[in-house]
Write a protein that binds this ligand. Structure first.
Ligand code: SF4
Length: 259
């Protein structure tokens, strides 16, 4: 990889880059300080105890109808016919995900937007163009990584997926992760972070370090749509991506303690 040639390669937003989708206008809700929300390690461990205190597990599926599926193509075929939640009725098509089926690096976003719903591919709108530049800045190509979302069908008006929708779609994402078996997963935004790390996760609390989940590394950074809305955070996102690049280059699977 050769992504270290520029210090902040996707920092400057062009005027045409301004995100107009409602998704980009949405701000992660703040939590009251007194809420004492447990950290993602605690939350996930409590919900789904792992073998050690330092290792997390992917949340289980309420039912696990997809565990016998052993190919991404077959999983995609099943997803295309899915009606497990209300989102399917309001979208044009299911956006399963795309990329290298043996990728070492996987990005997980929130859900398809308008362009994704039209084209049937993840991250192809303006936020997707920024993600492409982020990936390129890492010295990688889109074809080398895998890109998926928490929900495969577009939520109405690009609203955040509701918890029951994310839960309904979890068997697909979980099986995608198992079949691709990436070394590192980058959660793009809080929805993905909460899905993989537990309800206590957020971008502000969880970014900047790795979590060891089922013996792979999970990092959290800003959703590209949020970076289009708040470009000052691109510097922090680049720090997150450099951390991921270093782990890929080092082959280092040791997660920090996270405290
Ligand atoms: S969002 Fe997921 S669970 Fe809901 S209908 Fe689409 S593929 Fe099925």
């Amino acid at each position: 990889m050769h992504g270290q040639q520029l210090s902040l390669p996707f920092a400057a937003p062009s005027s045409s880059e301004r995100e107009t989708r409602p998704e980009a206008q949405r701000v992660e809700p703040s939590r009251p300080e007194s809420a004492a929300v447990p950290g993602p390690e605690v939350a996930t461990t409590l919900a789904n105890p792992g073998p050690t205190a330092g290792a997390l597990r992917l949340p289980p599926c309420a039912d696990d109808p997809l565990s016998p599926i052993h190919s991404l193509d077959e999983l995609a075929r099943i997803a295309l016919g899915c009606n497990r939640c209300r989102l399917r009725a309001g979208c044009r098509q299911v956006v399963f995900g795309e990329g290298n089926p043996q990728a070492r690096l996987m990005f997980v976003g929130e859900g398809p937007g308008e362009q994704e719903d039209i084209q049937g591919r993840p991250f192809v709108g303006r936020a997707g163009q920024l993600l492409d530049r982020m990936i390129a800045a890492m010295g990688l190509s889109r074809a080398e990584v895998y890109i998926a979302n928490v929900v495969k069908c577009r939520p109405p008006q690009n609203r955040a997926p509701q918890p029951d929708e994310a839960e309904a779609c979890w068997p697909f994402l979980r099986r995608q992760i198992e079949l691709i078996n990436p070394r590192i997963i980058v959660c793009l935004g809080a929805v993905a972070a909460r899905r993989l790390l537990g309800p206590g996760a957020s971008v502000s609390k969880s970014r900047g370090r790795f979590f060891n989940v089922d013996e792979r590394l999970v990092a959290v950074t800003f959703h590209p749509a949020a970076l289009l809305r708040f470009p000052a955070n691109k510097k922090l996102a680049w720090e997150d991506l450099k951390m991921v690049m270093k782990a890929l280059e080092d082959g280092d699977l040791a997660a920090e303690d996270g405290d």
